[in-house]
Write a protein that binds this ligand. Structure first.
Ligand code: UGA
Length: 429
């Protein structure tokens, strides 16, 4: 099939490359010339495993091309996917200006019978507005559809190639047949519904996962108060098939470019329809306050951070990405500096990305042990593989008293830390 992918952000690049890999003719379209130039050279402007290789491979076969020209990108496309950014508006709802701008630009070039898919995360009702804009700018027949994206950063290529399901929101049998055919090589598990439901699936999935993380964080806090260990509790409840043990680890709260934003959007949407008691308002509030609350506890535990050197491990929002949007370090490091600590920090991929976002007095090092050298507290923020099998005796020899290892991702346990002569603090244990 001939597909135009508008927007070469995270979802846009991954989706274009994956559909091209499956043998479709894909044009990636963006108004940003610089980005398009880089992508043509196979350079991805962010770190994502397997993506650069896929980009090179699919451009070599001729299945993937990039352009900044709407006419060239849209005129032959059977399917047009809108995947532009939806930043948060001041009231917390999604700001749809880029979606509408892309719609206006694509409309005059649409081929008769094209299917326009809104893949950006947008509130139900958006398709109707997109349809109006297109109608005002073209006389050809077209159809609207909604196919939300469920990929995760760090495993985006894998998630797109082998999704658990494809959710396809359509208004006609014709669009259903075309889109089922398109997604067939990815999964046989295709769920068909109306576009509004498909859009709600995206919000519901992300808000459920954010709620699940907030729930386990709340249970962790209770565990700390009564001597239980959250890791044991997770094992115990996870055996219940209705609950499951996956995607269930506690920490400093959810971050990244999706959950914080999507929960805020659904909370703002709930308020806008007078659902002022909405669960999502509370979830957002709990998550927003979590780091401050936990840091105050760690401060007490370590006998005050003032005058201490703290080594921070992990600056991205999670492992296998250099994305720093709503990364825990963005709150943790300023908190430490405000409380009088000296901060040394490291990350396998995100040092350059984080530098402009943090005060200049933070010292960055590439080597994890150099980072820990001379620190009296280590805070592990991101569970990069590199930080999962650290040499604890070496760490002991490099640290100064009180030698606290704060493990916000529960990668270690108290007994191995104690054996190595370190004081351990996990989450919920
Ligand atoms: C998330 C969803 O998982 C994807 O399905 C969705 O497509 C994507 O948002 C999106 O809307 O585009 P992503 O933000 O890449 O993907 O990252 P996750 O791996 O889901 O992690 C989100 C946050 O939750 C991270 O801060 C992570 O550390 C935290 N988390 C995750 C936990 O604290 N505990 C967990 O058990 C899992």
């Amino acid at each position: 099939m001939k597909i135009a992918c508008i927007g070469t952000g995270f979802v846009g690049v991954v989706t274009s490359a994956v559909f091209a890999k499956l043998g479709n003719q894909v044009v990636g379209l963006d108004i940003d010339e610089k980005k398009i130039d880089l992508l043509r050279q196979g350079i991805v402007p962010f770190f994502e495993p397997q993506l650069s290789e896929l980009l090179v491979e699919t451009q070599k076969t001729g299945n993937l091309t990039f352009t900044t020209d709407y006419s060239q990108g849209i005129k032959d496309s059977d399917i047009v996917m809108i995947m532009v950014g939806t930043p948060s508006a001041p009231d917390g709802q999604a700001d749809l200006k880029y979606v509408f701008a892309a719609t206006e630009s694509l409309a005059p070039h649409l081929k008769d019978g094209a299917i326009v898919i809104v893949k950006s995360t947008v509130p139900p009702g958006t398709n109707a507005k997109v349809r109006e804009i297109i109608k005002a700018n073209t006389s050809v027949n077209f159809e609207m559809a909604s196919v939300p994206e469920f990929l995760k950063e760090g495993t985006a290529v894998e998630d797109t190639l082998r999704p658990d399901r494809a959710v396809i929101g359509v208004e006609s049998d014709r669009a259903r047949d075309i889109l089922v055919e398109l997604h067939k090589p990815l999964t046989s598990n295709v769920v068909i519904m109306k576009p509004e439901s498909a859009q709600m699936c995206k919000y519901a999935a992300n808000n459920y996962l954010a709620t699940r993380i907030t729930f386990i964080n709340q249970i962790s806090d209770l565990c700390e108060a009564n001597g239980a260990d959250i890791q044991e509790v997770i094992k115990g409840i996870g055996q219940d098939k209705r609950i499951g043990a996956h995607y269930w680890y506690p920490g400093l709260g959810y971050g990244g470019s999706c959950f914080p934003k999507d929960v805020k959007e659904i909370a703002a949407y709930a308020k806008s329809i007078n659902e002022n008691e909405s669960l999502f308002i509370k979830i957002d509030d709990l998550n927003s306050k979590r780091i401050g609350r936990l840091m105050a506890g760690y401060d007490k535990l370590a006998g005050g951070f003032a005058g201490k050197t703290v080594a921070v491990l992990g600056l991205s929002f999670k492992p296998n990405t250099n994305d720093t949007r709503v990364a825990p370090c963005l709150e943790v490091i300023p908190w430490l500096l405000d409380h009088g600590a000296t901060v040394k920090a490291t990350d396998p991929k995100a040092i350059e990305e984080i530098k402009p976002l943090l005060p200049t007095k933070v010292q960055y090092l590439n080597d994890v042990y150099e980072t820990i050298k001379g620190a009296s507290v280590v805070i592990l923020l991101v569970e990069w593989d590199e930080y999962k099998t650290l040499d604890l005796s070496k760490i002991n020899s490099l640290m100064s008293e009180p030698k606290y290892f704060i493990d916000t991702r529960n990668q270690y346990n108290a007994s191995s830390m104690e054996t190595a002569g370190l004081k351990y603090k996990g989450v919920g244990r």
